[in-house]
Design a protein around this ligand. Sequence first.
Ligand code: SAM
Ligand code: SF4
Length: 335
Amino acid sequence: MINLQQQTQLTDRFGRVVNYLRVSITDRCDFRCVYCMAENMTFLPRRQILSLEEIQFVCQAFTELGVGKIRITGGEPLVRQGAVGLLQALGRLPLRELVLTSNGSHLAQMAADIKAAGVKRINISLDTLDPAKFKALTRTGDIEQVLAGINAARHAGFERLKINAVILKGRNHDEVCDLLQFAVDRGLDISFIEEMPLGRIDGRSRSENFYPGSQIREDLQRRFKLTALPEAGSGGPSVYYQVDGGHSRVGFISPHSSNFCGSCNRVRLTPEGRLLLCLGNEDAVDLKAVIRAHPGDMHRLKQTIVNAMQFKPEKHEFDIHEQPVILRHMSATGG
Ligand code: SAM
Ligand code: SF4
């Protein structure tokens, strides 16, 4: 057992420092994006997921172990009742950055309160600018609601806003330039994401729709001048470029065409309270069992987290051409 007294930062057995926690506060969502969920999903019963107080307790433990950045995600985090109250509570923790990922559907009403809670940046998902394609990709979403959400967030004054776009061949790959132009016109950043094989989805083959990040970059460079940015040392999976003639940065999250595991600095908390040590592996430690068996025992929780770092795998095992080995969906993972 590692001695908690000497622990000022979380380090795994490969020497990687873990200073970033992503927290999925619900597996539920008002959308059913084709790459993320099946059309008919069974969601977790309420008693199985962590309460907001339990989430706050776990987040506090992580900050005491040197974690400076927390991202709240889901599912759609803003569909969980009390989400803003949780953000307010987390905003009082000694964090360098509290950030959020959202599909944007509730931002028109909530952006100002989220900013006031102390959230610095939001990533908002938008895969297409075409209303019919948007409906087809999200199954239930309304693009107007999301565009209104993006506008509200722009006016609320966040440090940075970023669009996340998952690109699928034959569905939206022909829109990458228009999506970048949308971001540039509004001073937003944008990340283009390769689809990851998380969870069984229905109706199509993931490998047929695979569109590599390198191809997206080539498509963009026909219309935009992109300058590679030096690695920001964030430990993140994105490679970033500055778009000439604006403030926008464009990122590529390419788990298949380039492996980013060597500098991984993050772990994830699932809605059920499992501490997931890698997005692409099943290794996890059940923190809910610890906090429910020993309520309020911060020392025990921190010791469990410190010990868990020894199980963080070296790298993900994604293969787009195989059936998913990871059966949980991104929504239950904290993407
Ligand atoms: N509901 C919020 C949203 O859509 O932004 C937050 C949760 S969502 C799971 C987080 C991010 O994961 C989104 O940008 C989404 O596009 C992405 N995502 C979901 N399933 C994915 C998959 N199979 N491969 C790659 N990205 C995925
Ligand atoms: Fe919901 Fe986000 Fe998954 Fe789409 S990607 S179904 S918005 S959780």
